[in-house]
Write a new protein. Structure first.
Length: 318
């Protein structure tokens, strides 16, 4: 991996976000000349490992063009993210901005004759299934209704990657991560995903009631962002053929088990309380990663316990 990226000119969108920060770190450690593109969030410790940091609004065609100019490789990790509370309260918040950002970045990369693009898609492209989702399942039904807006944006963006790859000869790697977490996540409970919301709740109220929406039996897969960054670098190097690959831990965890782990890691003595009247997402989201193992040689390295310990320690120090 180090030999492939050593000396390469690489741009990373979302360079101060949850995913992009870890990508910048991994690239810098591999010897790449990294340009981190940031917008709303200021540069963090990992962002500052980049050779260059530039502020650009990727909804602007001019800014997107300038962001990727001169890059041999681009990692598209920028965009607006959010969990179920945001999807319920502002359904369009994840749709229009991400459709524009993805389109502008993919178009700019193709026009700039970028050699390779690593696009971060998502498992939200899949319908609700009771078994672990495989890559071909994105073709058999609609995305789960609460995720349908961003699910269709991701599906469209993947097809856009294919179109521009065919039209311009750009090599594109597409990864579909599960529930990503780590440092530099969004911990605002009104817009965040479940894991950072749990961390904030446990630390801010260490001895009261810890309320979990639903019955605690929803099944999820959580992936540490360092594992995603490593997989993304592997995909761009080894499998830039416009064929999506699931990236996940491969470990099923219920929301009850997640809450118990968060309470244990944070040292909270709060009492778990389940509220079935509150809305939850789909009951089962397990992810098959056999393809990633086969075509990338990917194996997740960070356990949920150790990943949470690192994230919690970082969050406490903010």
């Amino acid at each position: 991996m180090a030999n492939f990226y050593d000396g390469k000119k690489v741009a990373v969108t979302g360079g101060s976000g949850l995913v992009g920060s870890y990508v910048v770190k991994a690239l810098a450690e591999s010897g790449a000349k990294v340009r981190a593109i940031v917008h709303r969030r200021p540069p963090n410790e990992y962002t500052k490992m980049a050779t260059e940091i530039v502020k650009k609004d990727l909804m602007s065609q001019d800014d997107a063009r300038e962001a990727v100019a001169g890059a041999e490789i681009v990692f598209g990790a920028g965009g607006i993210t959010g969990g179920i509370p945001l999807a319920l309260n502002d359904p369009g918040a994840l749709v229009a901005p991400n459709a524009v950002i993805n389109s502008q970045v993919i178009h700019a990369c193709a026009k700039a004759r970028v050699e390779r693009l690593g696009f971060v898609s998502s498992t939200v492209v899949y319908p609700a299934l009771e078994r672990p989702v495989r890559e071909e399942d994105s073709l058999i039904g609609e995305p789960y209704h609460l995720y349908s807006g961003i699910g269709w944006v991701k599906r469209f963006s993947e097809r856009l990657c294919k179109y521009y790859s065919d039209a311009y000869g750009m090599k594109v790697a597409i990864v579909r991560p599960s529930g990503v977490y780590g440092r530099y996540d969004n911990f605002d409970e009104s817009t965040s995903h479940v894991l950072p919301a749990f961390i904030k709740r446990a630390i801010s109220n260490p001895s009261g009631s810890f309320v979990v929406w639903g019955d605690g039996m929803d099944v999820r897969d959580f992936l540490h962002s360092s594992d995603l960054a490593r997989a993304l670098l592997l995909a761009v190097e080894k499998y830039a053929v416009c064929d999506a690959v699931n990236i996940a831990s491969g470990q099923a965890v219920t929301t009850k088990e997640l809450a118990q782990t968060v309470l244990r890691v944070t040292g909270s003595t709060a009492k778990l309380v389940f509220d079935p009247s509150k809305p939850t997402a789909l009951k089962n989201r397990m992810v098959d990663i056999s393809k990633a193992k086969r075509v990338l040689g990917f194996e997740p390295r960070v356990s949920l316990q150790s990943g949470l310990q690192d994230t919690v320690e970082w969050y406490r120090n903010q």
